[in-house]
Design a protein around this ligand. Structure first.
Ligand SMILES: *Cc1c(COP(=O)(O)O)cnc(C)c1O
Length: 419
């Protein structure tokens, strides 16, 4: 596709108007890292100022009763609309890591006493591995973390996963979309396999939420957590979400009991009484500034509709893969994401032996921002609400230049800082 055709494609894009809802401080910057930190919605910038100046500055403590107390649950209810969940099944709190810990430990403790092991895979986010191990340690049943190996670093065959779930398994915990390869599990199929063996599944939706339609209720999901600062554009370190299916909420106990999970926090009763419903999985005071910043990004996705978002995401990742095939494969780039669109999330990983140095040259010389994940992956994230076909074209062209003109050679292979 020529640059003109690319522009025509952007002009015909039914979601093109949504880009105007985001702060694009520098139109020359090609930003393909919304899978790590989504762009700033213009409305979030205004909203945060209002919360700071009017609600905090003027309203002071009275703002808790004038809306802050209900704010996290209200925005969680909207977020549920992107996840195929009911509003009363989703809460916003803490970080993804902390929520994963709370739900993993709750589920391990609620499992039958003869079941202690936790099953995951080696595509899962390393922090999830650390958290799952700490939950296993604290559960105190001597359970093991059984890590299913991906044969190709891209995907895990569902039969291989199924074979790892047995009578000792207390819980399965997986990233729905793998952070390196973007491989997407068939959520309904995994839930069914686990449920047949009476095992619950805890999903990490960090790279799925806002990137593709998720149907937690419809796929029979039990538990889930996920991030709001990636495809939901909620802002750096924004609180995460957690999901517990309605019927299961009373069966699990929050291992970090605090006053916000209490049935009546302002009774200041020294005894703990868990709240009814999803609120029992809360712990302490919500970070209101960060919570408020989440709403505009969620609103934009709800307005666009996840089906349309997914349609454009697939068109854009397919486009990047075509450009790879044409121009980049001959230069030593390997496709490290599933070729099949149905099993691929909203980013494309291109691996190259010089991946780290190529990534630096892209950022520092050609103003193209992907990110780098060891050992050799350059991830190109597509956020259909603001990513253009032209940006994808520019990114592929930049990769070609960095290699053919050897622009990467001026960097040392030593890694530094946030990649
Ligand atoms: C981004 C991401 C996280 C982030 O966790 P934090 O607690 O916000 O640092 C966790 N899990 C996965 C799979 C992620 O992609």
């Amino acid at each position: 596709m020529t640059r003109d055709e690319t522009r025509a494609r952007d002009a015909a894009d039914p979601l093109a108007e949504f880009r105007k809802g985001f702060v694009i401080a520098d139109p020359e910057l090609t930003y393909l890292d919304g899978n790590s930190l989504g762009r700033l919605p213009a409305a979030a910038s205004l909203r945060v100022r209002e919360v700071v100046d009017a609600e905090w500055g003027e309203g002071l403590i009275s703002s808790w009763n004038a809306g802050w107390m209900d704010l996290p649950a209200r925005i969680a209810g909207k977020t549920a609309g992107l996840l195929g969940a009911a509003p009363e099944e989703v809460a916003l709190a803490d970080s993804t890591s902390v929520n994963l810990f709370k739900l993993a430990l709750a589920a391990l403790r609620a499992a039958p006493p003869d079941r202690a092991d936790l099953v995951t895979d080696d595509l899962n986010f390393p922090s999830d591995h650390y958290i799952l191990r700490s939950a296993l340690d604290l559960a105190g049943r001597g359970g093991e973390l059984k890590t299913v190996r991906s044969p190709d670093g891209i995907s895990v065959p569902i039969e291989t996963l199924a074979a790892a779930i047995d009578a000792r398994t207390a819980l399965v915990s997986l990233s729905h979309t793998a952070f390196k390869s973007a491989y997407v599990y068939d959520m309904a199929a995994v839930n069914e396999i686990a449920h047949r063996r009476a095992v619950k599944v805890l999903w990490d939706l960090s790279h799925s939420a806002g990137a593709l339609p998720v149907d937690l209720d419809g796929s029979g999901a039990d538990l889930a957590v996920g991030c709001t600062y990636k495809y939901l554009n909620g802002g750096p370190g924004a609180p995460a979400f957690l999901y517990v299916r309605s019927e299961l909420q009373e069966q699990f106990e929050n291992p970090i009991r605090g006053w916000f999970g209490h049935a009546d926090p302002f009774a200041f009763d020294l005894g703990y009484q868990p709240g009814a419903g999803i609120g029992r999985f809360l712990t302490g005071t919500p970070p209101i500034l960060s919570v408020a910043a989440i709403e505009p990004g969620v609103d934009l996705l709800l307005e666009a509709g996840m089906d349309r978002v997914r349609e454009k995401s697939v068109a854009q990742t397919e486009y990047l893969i075509r450009l790879w095939q044409q121009d980049l494969q001959p230069l030593g780039f390997r496709l490290n994401s599933p070729r099949e669109a149905e099993r691929r999330g909203s980013h494309v990983s291109l691996a190259h032996p010089e991946g780290y140095r190529i990534n630096r040259a892209l950022i520092e010389q050609l103003r193209v921002i992907p990110d780098f994940r060891l050992p050799d992956n350059i991830r190109f994230g597509v956020c259909p609400l603001y990513t253009t076909f032209e940006e994808i074209h520019r990114a592929a062209e930049a990769c070609r230049r960095v290699v053919t003109e050897r622009l990467y050679e001026r960097y040392s292979p030593e890694r530094q800082g946030v990649t």
